[in-house]
Design a protein. Structure first.
Length: 436
């Protein structure tokens, strides 16, 4: 149930308020004045009660007063005992987004709150909670106006994180002490990029003064945008008119993150950047290796077919193949084995890929590996894989491997037969040639 006007009052106080209201005017006009008198007296008494309940703390009482009406709130706002106390109350009501209470505190007749109190804490609360109108109110205060660049631009960082374009514009265009778009080495840009706020990214990059650098913090903004697949953000950062982000920053880390998370369009942008394009073979093939675990097969194909410095399918002695096998990526395994250049050997690392596939029961992958006749497995490697499959009771895999083992045995017998027949034919020819 919603609290009533007097739901928190102790017994007896309601009747006391009523008596005071009825006796405040002559009886002849009591009927007409009782509501107004009631309101004034009730507000005063409720303010006393709330302050007492909160141990004399007027700022904390102010947020509770809202449910009793604006008159009670005004009574509390004007009872602040110091500028500091008013400032504490201001920060609290700003966090709730109560513009009416902010106005009461800023215009209190005795101890009014200062908009720039506590090093701009009220402005930070307003920006961090998306209260744009309060941000404007604090910056426009006639005395002690908040500074838009307080706390090294933290208000701008909050607004950028939320994608609040109006608040960002207000802070950047403040007539006095405007926020710097490049504050804290571009932290606002990095937050906006990470949350995909392309419009805010554009505002920060194009600010007339102290514009943010797209390549700040060694490309951190690009890394954030690429990680979360924000195509429009990545485009803005790569195409910034000044201090553009480098697609190959941090040895291709942006490419690796985009690839791992399967952001196909971002991978394309990074590989095809007009300047400093990312290398698909960066980090000694780690980009490809990490992508084989979860990325769509289309990303793998992009990396293998990059226009410049394509990834090698056999990187790290076939480790990309082994990772794809371990994660059950049959489509990726097929793409790697059939790469146009530098395809890995199916039996790389002494048949490790087959052992891993057998251990995990990846029947389809076992079949793909066994069908690659360019680099076939030997009897020992297949026998070891059978042992692994037995341990996991993967009977379909065991059947495939035993069939492969039989084919090897038949091939060996056929080879021996051919060799014996060839030797006999050679001997026969030699005998004929030696006869008189």
């Amino acid at each position: 149930m919603e609290p009533t006007f007097f739901s928190d009052l102790p017994p007896g106080i309601v009747s006391d308020i009523l008596v005071r209201a009825l006796s405040s005017r002559p009886l002849s006009c009591a009927v007409f004045s009782v509501c107004r008198s009631w309101n004034a007296i009730a507000s005063h008494h409720l303010a006393d009660f709330l302050i007492a309940r909160e141990g004399g703390n007027a700022p904390e009482s102010l947020s509770l007063a809202l449910k009793y009406g604006k008159a009670v709130a005004r009574e509390l706002a004007w009872r602040m005992q110091s500028v500091e106390q008013a400032g504490t109350a201001l920060v609290e009501v700003v966090s709730c987004g109560r513009k009416d209470l902010v106005e009461l505190l800023l215009t209190a007749p005795t101890y009014s709150a200062q908009a720039d109190c506590q090093n701009g804490a009220a402005l930070l609360e307003a920006a961090g909670n998306g209260h744009t109108s309060i941000v404007q109110m604090l910056l426009d205060a006639p005395v002690h106006a908040a500074h838009a660049d307080c706390s090294h631009g933290q208000a701008l960082i909050h607004a950028a994180r939320l994608g609040n374009t109006d608040a960002v514009r207000i802070l950047l265009e403040a007539p006095q002490h405007p926020a710097h778009a490049d504050c804290q080495d571009g932290e606002a840009l990095i937050r906006a990029a990470g949350y995909g706020h392309a419009e805010v990214v554009g505002m920060l990059l194009e600010a007339p003064n102290h514009a943010a650098h797209a390549d700040c913090q060694d490309g951190a903004a690009l890394l954030e945008g690429a990680t979360h697949g924000h195509v429009d953000v990545v485009e803005k950062l790569l195409n910034a008119p000044q201090h553009a982000a480098r697609a190959d920053c941090q040895e291709g880390e942006a490419l690796r993150r985009a690839a791992v998370h399967g952001h196909l369009e971002v991978v394309q942008l990074l590989l095809n950047a007009p300047q400093h394009a990312a290398r698909a073979d960066s980090q000694d093939g780690e980009v490809l290796v990490d992508a084989t675990m979860n990325a769509p097969v289309e990303v793998i194909q992009l990396l293998l077919n990059a226009p410049q410095y394509p990834a090698r399918a056999d990187c790290s002695s076939g480790y990309a193949l082994i990772c794809a096998v371990a994660h059950g990526r049959a489509d990726v395994v097929w793409v790697l084995l059939n790469a146009a250049h530098h395809a890995p050997h199916a039996n790389c690392q002494d048949g490790k890929a087959l052992n891993v596939a057998a251990s995990h029961g990846h029947t389809v992958i076992v079949g793909i590996l066994l069908d690659d006749l360019r680099h076939p497995y030997n009897e020992r490697q297949i026998a070891e894989a059978i042992t692994r499959a037995h341990a996991g009771m993967h009977f379909d895999v065991i059947l495939l491997l035993e069939e492969a083992l039989e084919r090897l045995a038949h091939a060996a017998v056929d080879e021996d037969t051919v060799t014996t027949a060839a030797a006999a034919a050679v001997a026969a020819v030699a005998a004929v040639s030696l006869s008189p």
